[in-house]
Design a protein around this ligand. Sequence first.
Ligand SMILES: [Zn+2]
Length: 285
Amino acid sequence: MGTRKSLVQNTKEGRGRIKKRGTIIVGLGGVVLLAFCLFYFPSLLEKMTVKEPGQNHQSAAPAKQQGQNQLEAANNSDTQAQRKIVYLTFDDGPSELTGKFLDVLEQHDIKATFFMLGTNLESPSWQSDVKRAVREGHYVGGHSMTHQYNKLYEERQFIPEMSETLSIIHDLTGENPRLVRPPFGSSPGLEDTQLRDQIVEAGINIWDWTIDSNDWDLKDRPEQIVENIKIATKNDLEVVLMHETQQTLQALPEIIAFYQQEGYSFGVYDDTKHFQLNFLQDHRL
Ligand SMILES: [Zn+2]
């Protein structure tokens, strides 16, 4: 009985003990939990703080990428800076000065674009200079036969005159240039759409300019030519209108030095890489 009691008691006690044990376990659990909280959470927090830089790493990756992008952008702008390009163009030749222009260009290892007049091209004394220009990597394009506004635009001789000029250049140099510069510019002379349609059909391209040096009007004032060009230079791509005059020849070394200082490279026209440059914004020309 006693045993039973004791069993019950035991049992009770046992239960009690279990209860007690349970309490102890719960209590211990609590302590462990507390310890967990006290020790693990900080480490968890730490982990989280460690993770934050990790997240920063994630954001650092884009940051790095961003940096790289910025670098690329800088490189691109460097490339763009390198891509600053100026086309020096000389109209109305060939002339007694063509050879001297070529000498200056050769000294500076620079290529230029010439727009020549058919009547001058027919003069035998300058033909060797025209050939030399092409041989040395310059471009020779057309600038008409007569250079007369009335004939070219009002009497509509633009296409025949340009075709004839280009044909003379071909016969002289073996090249097949398709680019011409309209005397006095494409506007207003070529404002008539029908005339432009015919130019397109004839396979002729047209270039005006971005900077007018006004050199022809500045006899004995080469410094003013340089000044005009400096003031007008604003874009990464400039096409400078000049002529084969004495004052331009004098100004040329300083013009070259200016563009070199400004980080421009010197371009020469290429028929296979034609781009639109006309006052009329006609993309076909
Ligand atoms: Zn001209």
